[in-house]
Design a binder for this molecule. Structure first.
Ligand code: FAD
Length: 639
């Protein structure tokens, strides 16, 4: 492994690595912590938990988000739940089982040591959140309730109805606010980081644009944490909040942070299907619904009868048929591919034929409507409001949609990117989910990173750093500000005829068609050329109204779309070079006889970490070889 990709995995047995590492990590004396400034970009679950915890430890924090309040981070949208190996159900769960399920679920493309640590700290997260007052669902006797999520045969998912992300974020936001009131966190809402400042090889600050006034501001610190979320919106249509973007991570990438596994995208099987050309967003129907909902399509092609008129013998509960062990709770990549397959066979339902049924009739008969409503009421309401149909009576129609990105900035065991002093947390890093994330594991990872990993790991770096404060007049800050002003000026003067959204949509269509649920060498090569055209069109024909000195959402979006175009090109290269199928990366050329993903462990058991080489030049590939000492690589089977 090249030096720049040293993963810093501690030695010793896997179950001892983290506790040994915590002991070995250099400590910053409590009195010295107040001499260090840390910038946290992003105040979703990962960023808010990190900012609050680091401030509680005594560091001085500057926290940034582009929304008007941390409460509006995309994390608030999370519905179904958060995993933890508490074994409250006494159904055989353990830290090792959560670790094993996550490694297997990710199709053996994640780093064992990080995943084990994630499973290990998972139980602490629940305790922390309960102490904050997060209202998790409870059993009659008072213990916290659990439900099941895909890729697991135990019930380990903690939830607050269908609003788990919201409740967890309110907990983290409360902790953050306490530190804002204490003066240990200075909060910068409506501020967008547009560059990372690197001085003498170390991250020393950021450049941010005030989204209300357009003012470009410089901020220095001793370390920078990027907790800026995922980049699913490269596909234009996704279940992500419309503001989610890759800009912070991408600009850090251009300053030297390697970008890992960019093509690993999760397509979620249970989303409300696309209904027309004018949508800017798709809506998730939580995976938790697959605990009780049964997925089916008609057995016969082109069967247009109402679902209620289709008798049992004419229905194909294809997940239950093909995967008797896991049934409707197979992992997302498997469920999505199967939905696509039955629709490609002409058995899809609804007006477009691009949908399958998620049916609660049996569950309602068995448990009663009240019970189903108590578990999923808000999700059913949401579905009814969007589609105008009552899912208590008519099966929901669902179809896969882009949902999560497993790729992200490459980080070592300490969550540090390849730029010393620059860290990536939560969905912004690549670390724990391999080629496919299991449901309810993103919230777990974001909060593990923020509450329990970074507060220790950052000490290892800071303890060796001087307390010197870099002034924002430093030439590197001034250079970054000037470059940014030039870019904004360039965008505003193109004055073409295409809106930013039109170009974004065009990019998204290419990504979905050629680098989406299934991929081929031929298609990816077409995408490569088409993205070049989109890039050219953007820089020669985009039209941005207004000026820099005001609230200008089309200017904001333009910067983000410019980065999405470059990222899209890298995703295509990554998908093209990985001549195997694994998890969400399904290359049609590489599949088993029954259509499952066929890995090539000999050639591809590595993390692909891409290194920026300069404007218009191909990126170079670095490989972190993955070693499996605790889990045996097998063909993933959920049968
Ligand atoms: C609809 C939906 C439902 C989901 N449900 C679940 C679930 O039930 N369980 C589960 O485990 N996972 C779920 N997920 C996934 C999970 O919600 C996300 O992966 C997770 O919330 C990401 O948290 P984060 O803190 O990393 O990023 P985010 O919550 O996306 O926060 C990103 C932060 O970065 C800030 N930011 C970004 N760029 C910049 C910039 N340039 N400058 C300044 N600030 C910036 C934003 O303002 C924001 O504060 C769901 C996802 C979706 C889309």
């Amino acid at each position: 492994m090249p030096a720049k990709l040293s993963a810093q995995i501690p030695g010793g047995p896997i179950e001892d690595k983290w506790s040994k590492h915590i002991f070995d990590i250099k400590l910053v004396n409590p009195a010295n912590k107040r001499k260090y400034d840390i910038i946290v970009v992003g105040t979703g679950l990962a960023g808010a938990s990190a900012a609050a915890t680091l401030a509680e430890l005594g560091y001085n924090i500057k926290a940034f988000c582009f929304q008007d309040s941390p409460r509006r981070a995309h994390s608030i949208a999370a519905q179904g739940g958060i995993n933890a190996a508490k074994n409250y159900q006494n159904d055989g769960d353990s830290v090792f089982r959560l670790f094993y399920d996550t490694i297997k679920g990710g199709d053996y493309r994640s780093r064992e040591a990080n995943v084990y640590r994630l499973a290990e700290v998972s139980a602490n997260i629940i305790d922390q959140c309960v102490a904050q007052g997060v209202p998790f669902a409870r059993e009659y006797g008072g213990l916290l309730a659990n439900r099941s999520f895909g890729g697991a045969q135990v019930s380990r998912t903690f939830y607050a109805r269908g609003q788990t992300g919201q409740q967890l974020l309110l907990g983290a936001y409360g902790a953050l606010n306490r530190q804002i009131a204490n003066g240990k966190v200075k909060m910068y809402p409506r501020a967008e980081m547009l560059d990372l400042v690197v001085i003498d090889g170390h991250a020393r600050g950021i450049i941010a644009r005030n989204l209300i006034t357009g003012k470009i501001e410089s901020h220095s610190a001793h370390a920078v944490l990027l907790a800026t979320g995922g980049y699913g919106n490269v596909f234009y249509l996704s279940t992500n909040a419309t503001g989610s973007n890759v800009t912070a991570a991408w600009r850090a990438h251009k300053k030297g942070a390697l970008f890992a596994n960019p093509c690993f995208t999760q397509i979620h099987p249970t989303c409300i299907p696309v209904s027309g050309d004018h949508q800017s967003k798709l809506t998730l129907m939580s995976e938790s619904l697959r605990n009780d909902g049964r997925v089916w399509v008609p057995k016969q092609k082109g069967d247009k009868r109402n679902p209620a008129d289709i008798p049992e013998e004419d229905r194909d509960y294809y997940l239950e048929r093909r995967y008797p062990s896991f049934g409707n709770l197979v992992p997302r990549d498997v469920a999505s591919r199967n939905a696509k397959q039955v629709c490609d066979e002409g058995r899809g339902v609804g007006a477009t034929g691009l949908a399958v049924y998620l049916d609660f009739e049996d569950a309602i008969k068995r448990d009663g409507r009240d019970k189903i409503e108590a578990k999923y009421g808000n999700l059913f309401d949401m579905y009814r409001q969007i589609t105008g149909e009552n899912p208590y009576r008519i099966p929901m129609r669902i179809y896969p949609a882009v949902h999560y990105t497993m790729g992200g900035l490459w980080v070592d065991y300490n969550l540090m990117t390849t730029i010393p002093g620059c860290y990536a947390l939560g969905e912004a890093n690549f670390s724990d989910h391999g080629a496919n994330r299991l449901g309810a594991s993103a919230l777990m990872q974001g909060l593990a990173d923020g509450y329990f990993v970074i507060p220790y790991a950052i000490g290892d770096y800071l303890a060796t750093r001087p307390y010197d404060v870099v002034h924002v007049d430093h030439p590197e800050f001034r250079k970054a500000v000037q470059n940014l002003k030039n870019q904004i000026e360039k965008l505003l003067t193109i004055n073409g005829s295409s809106t930013v959204d039109e170009i974004h949509k065009e990019l998204g269509t290419i990504m979905w068609d050629y680098c989406g649920m299934s991929r081929t060498e031929k298609g990816l090569k077409i995408a490569r050329e088409k993205i070049k055209e989109v890039r050219h069109r953007f820089w020669s024909d985009v039209k941005i109204l207004g000026t820099n000195d005001e609230l200008n959402m089309s200017l904001e979006k333009a910067g983000r779309v410019a980065d999405f175009i470059e990222l899209g090109a890298l995703m295509v290269e990554d998908a093209l070079h990985r001549n195997e199928s694994c998890g969400g990366h399904f290359r049609e050329e590489y599949q088993t006889e029954d259509g499952e993903a066929l890995r090539d462990d000999e050639s591809f058991t590595y993390v692909a970490a891409w290194e920026y080489q300069g404007e218009g030049k191909p990126e170079s590939l670095n490989k972190e070889l993955l070693e499996f000492e605790n889990v045996k690589l097998t063909q993933r089977s959920y049968k």
